[in-house]
Design a protein around this ligand. Structure first.
Ligand code: PHB
Length: 393
């Protein structure tokens, strides 16, 4: 088997790369360890910044998002017993779209298959070979048979635990990491939404977030011990904790409903430098992880892909390698900018081990400044809706 770009990983990054390359006349094959059903049902975050939503629309895969997604023009920061709205429209003239990541995955898979694209699901034991040569390849097993895919370039879009980053020799990359001493307990709830816009809440007992998935499903999170177990949290205990953290004096009420899923996610920041070795280019979670507080994970991955597409298309159109050679440097500037924003939101809104009343008051003072100063609100709004492509990389 032969192709121009072998893409390891069929999440949003790998699928979007395959889609954009196709539009630029570049051939690719996507290798994915999971089945199509597993991929399409994996529940992840659901906030598309303006750049991401625009890219889906501009490249012909935004139709269902337009119909089923919901555009939000602000978020609420809630602390000290009061809610404060950050008005994106007024501050930066941009918005976000709430539309589940797995819905984006469904739309991209359909677009690729409709266009005759090749996605090999359930490809096992993927290994990347000769990445420092001009003729790299990927080997894998599918349906009990061994295969080899020769290519010009490999895109490592296989997530934090994938093989691509791990195939780069020790010493050729440096990892930067911060594990946060808490996790997010996430629930999916059947029932009408409690809010039209997302609520990011700081309470002395820790963070809570009210989000949505659809008019029928709410997505709620609260900060928890990363080593806790969902078994320790019967529904009544979850609702009691959510009410304690979120209830405020005025009429707002948290709508309860049937909890249909519970999970705990750990939180970390991670960046590897550089994001390239030989003919292997890393994108998305394979190269960096941000904590979910800024809702940036998929958006940052898609922004990598936009840049990698330009670099590969330039190579195939003109033989020039300038953009491929600057890919890592350009991306890392953006990756660190987004890592900083995600770390800042996380630090401002969570309770850390050993925090005392002084630190809590500092957080309240910082949040007070963010909601009262137009300059500070604008900082949050422009980062949350997405720095313009080209700014910070
Ligand atoms: C979500 O809806 O899952 C979600 C929303 C905002 C975040 C993280 C997750 O910051």
């Amino acid at each position: 088997m032969k192709t121009q770009v072998a893409i390891v990983g069929g999440g949003p990054a790998g699928l979007m790369l395959s889609h954009l390359l196709h539009l630029r006349g570049v051939e690719s094959v996507v290798l994915e360890a999971r089945s199509r059903e597993e991929l399409e049902s994996e529940i992840r975050a659901g906030v598309l910044e303006q750049n991401t939503a625009d890219l889906l629309t501009e490249t012909g895969v935004g139709e269902r998002m337009k119909k089923e997604g919901s555009v939000h023009h602000g978020v609420e920061l809630r602390f000290g017993g009061r809610g404060h709205r950050i008005d994106f429209d007024d501050l930066v003239g941009r918005a976000i779209t709430v539309y589940g990541q797995h819905e984006v995955v469904k739309d991209l898979i359909k677009a690729r298959l409709d266009a005759g694209g090749e996605i090999l699901f359930e490809a096992e034991g993927v290994e990347v070979r000769d990445i420092d040569s001009e003729n790299p390849s990927v080997t894998f097993r599918k349906d009990g048979e061994n295969h080899e895919l020769s290519c010009d370039f490999i895109a490592g879009c296989d997530g934090f635990h994938g093989v691509c980053r791990k195939s780069i020799p020790d010493g050729a990359i440096t990892n930067y990491e911060r594990a946060y001493p808490f996790g997010w307990f996430g629930i999916l709830v059947e029932g009408p939404p409690s809010t039209r816009e997302l609520i990011y809440n700081l309470h002395e007992r820790g963070f809570a977030l009210v989000s949505t998935r659809s008019p029928e499903i709410q997505r709620l999170y609260f900060q928890c011990d990363p080593n806790d177990d969902t078994e320790n949290w019967p529904d009544e205990r979850i609702w009691a904790e959510m009410h304690t953290r979120l209830d405020i004096a005025d009429e707002w009420t948290l709508e309860e409903g049937r909890i249909i899923q519970k999970s705990i996610v750990r939180m970390r920041s991670f960046v590897c430098e550089p994001m390239q070795f030989g003919r292997l280019f890393l994108a998305g979670d394979a190269a960096h992880i941000v904590p979910p507080t800024g809702a940036k994970g998929m958006n940052l991955a898609i922004s990598d892909i936009r840049c990698l597409t330009e670099a590969l298309a330039e190579f195939y159109e003109s033989g020039k390698k300038d953009l491929l050679e600057s890919y890592s440097e350009v991306r890392l500037k953006r990756v660190w900018a987004v890592s900083r924003f995600s770390w800042w939101m996380t630090s401002m809104l969570h309770r850390f081990e050993g925090d005392d009343a002084f630190r809590h008051r500092m957080q309240i003072a910082e949040l007070g400044y963010v909601v009262e100063s137009r300059a500070a609100s604008t900082t949050l709004a422009e980062n949350y809706t997405g720095l313009k492509e080209g700014e910070s990389g």
